[in-house]
Design a protein around this ligand. Sequence first.
Ligand code: PEP
Ligand code: MG
Length: 887
Amino acid sequence: MTKFVYGFSEGNKDLRDLLGGKGANLAEMTNIGLPVPPGFTITTEACRAYLDSGHQPEGLAEEIATHLDALEASMGRKLGEPGDPLLVSVRSGAAFSMPGMMETVLNVGLNDASVDGLSRQAGGNDRFAWDSYRRLIQMFGKTVCDVPGDEFEHAIDAAKRAKGSEDDLDLDAGDLRGLVDEYKAIFAKHTGREFPQDPKEQLDLAIRAVFESWNADRAVLYRRQERIPTDLGTAVNVVAMVFGNLGSDSGTGVAFTRDPASGAQGVYGDYLANAQGEDVVAGIRNTVPLQDLERLDKASYDDLIRIMATLEEHYKDLCDIEFTIERGKLWMLQTRVGKRTAAAAFIIAGQLVDEGVIDLDEALHRVNGAQLGQLMFPRFDLSGRPSQLTKGVGASPGAAVGRVVFDALTAKEKAAAGDDVILVRRETNPDDLPGMIAAQGILTSRGGKTSHAAVVARGMGKTCVCGADEIEVDVKGKRFTVAGKTIAEGDVISVDGTTGKIYLGEVPVQPSEVVRYFEGTLDPAQAGDALVKAVHRVMSHADSRRRLAVRANSDTGVDSARARRFGAQGIGLCRTEHMFLGDRRELVERLILAATPDEREAALAELLPLQRADFAEIFREMDGLPVTIRLIDPPLHEFLPSLEELAVHVAVAHERGQDVGRDEKLLAAVRRMHEQNPMLGLRGVRLGLVIPGLFAMQVRAIVEAAVLRAGEGGTPKPEIMVPLVGAVQELETVRTEAERIIAEVVADSGVEVLIGTMIEVPRAALTAGQIAEAAQFFSFGTNDLTQMSWGFSRDDVEGAFFWRYLELGIFGISPFESIDRDGVGRLVRIAVDEGRRARPDLKLGVCGEHGGDPDSVHFFHDVGLDYVSCSPFRVPIARLEAGRAAC
Ligand code: PEP
Ligand code: MG
């Protein structure tokens, strides 16, 4: 039969899926001999069974009874026994930490009779006993029976007012006894029943309430935002109560084994004398720094320091803990590996290696690419102590400064006039998109990390803080108010998309030290900064461990040089269409409009030297490293004027009797090339097959540039890539022509040219075995592959409806951001397997956006690619994640 309940001595820290984080760590601490009050954990499996069926699974009640008997025996007291009661806490604890999201009930077992017994246990401390009882009714009422919490708050506030005090410590036993009566009345009014006096019924109801809290709205929302699966359930911990509110020799506190902000070793935490756990969190009285405990209770302080050292040694990491001191006796109520800032994660990992606690492989697992990414954003320099207006959810990192505007149109106008602007809205919708594009940053007063504003801003890499709910936005009045201040259109604010903090005025922005290190302008050996040293160390190890090479997507010499400094081992995608813009657009127009082969060839002949020079520059910057150049991909009409605008222009010119000969010709071409679904139309390899000489010109420019470079003593390694192939015949046709040109141009220059294809149409993935016969390499274009697998237009959907998909949990993250392993990922696997089977030395890479996404990098490692390619800025992130994936 399934075991649903574990005594603390039966569990361990590796059972967190079953016992939740709290239960697993309480068990671990018990087993290493730390002072944990006795108790037991009801498993997440029991919770799932309860939630599935609506009632407790068979056998659970008996198991709870057995463990309660054992707990009573070990404490020498019975639950709620009038003369000498055992009291317990009932706490939730899921496998993933969900701070403040779920439920806790303390002092279970108290009733009208046992309150006197508790007083006697506490040496005749009536005040303590009645305070404990009123806390039980309040917590039980709120969390188990949904009684509105503020009714209890109002009652205690009124009692304090009557006493002429602000401090609940001034309420005496009589006041608290009166308050218990009031609380009971509130309870009865809202629940239609008396407060339950049977301790076992209290326990049973509290356990059910914790189970049910898994599906509370705020917990569901939190999980969605943090991408925690919905079907895990929570464990329930039933623990003998220890009391921090027995007098001045008692108290409660929280501590870190080292500073979670900087990683510095020392004593960090807060302590509150004569209080129970929730008082610290609720902030009803001011805590004192943990160091003060040394003066207040030296013996407990020394115990705590010793225990913290034991915990660090045992967990080999920074731990955070909750403790209670009951009359000079220290009890551990919780521990876990503590959360930390991105900088501290790197520094602590390095420190632990220095201290011989962990090795470098483990250090790599203690940090991640998302943290590295955070460290690469510019930061505000807060040394001038700017005035903080408020704080929201840091939804898209960065540091943005600008003048406040309240609508998209004004944002566009002011930005066009050269102003930096911050778009402030209650929430955004697709109509705000032009304003979001124009703004430096976005601030909303509503919505979380999956709101429209957050999703779109992240997609654009734009700084965004959302859900700053203290802000009152008055769009009509063009102002917002917060904390008694009014900020009007045109006022300057600074938005920190990492911390979510909003400052009044312009806060100076500092470039990231970590970027300076990657750029090569900060020598880690010289840097006074512990962070840069730690990053250098971890990155070096990642590079030594990773199997995946990391290339960059770049189409200019400048970007290529930067990518190389960031550690890129070549170019995985050079998009040649970017080379057809600006002044060259006219040449492309001539090519498209050519009426005869001669006209076309003349236009191509003019483009050839320009392209050759572009490629030569990139080969120079990437000398000795592979450079994958993709033949032109987008629909040609993207290089022509818009149909609507041109039609209007021609009509007006006609009216005025002006000469419209050339424009009319252009209009006819634009009409001819107009497509309803251009992304599924004449683009990629199809262009090469339809426009004679276009691909040939590009191939010639690539190979001539390579030969030129070789002549200068360089080592160019060109790889020609054909986009949007769906059938091997398409590739073969292009390849035959390319090989002819290569043979002619390369001659005896020693240049070796590879020819390969992108895999970005599902059919290509499904026929990869055939396509590999004609390709020396595949590069997965996961942007198009995602677009075509899901049927989502990659240019439209993010702003239009993805926020809703995220809200509904249809996916946890946009499939354009992180690879959809089940669908698109399966196509990648098929293509890898079939491609390699047909051609064992087939080179395999990815150049879609996913190449720089941490989670996707792990997938590409697992699936056996040779390299990932991403934007230069993400190269370090991909290097780090590739290292983590390999060990
Ligand atoms: C892709 O489709 O993944 C790709 C890299 O090509 P592009 O983004 O240029 O369409
Ligand atoms: Mg593509």
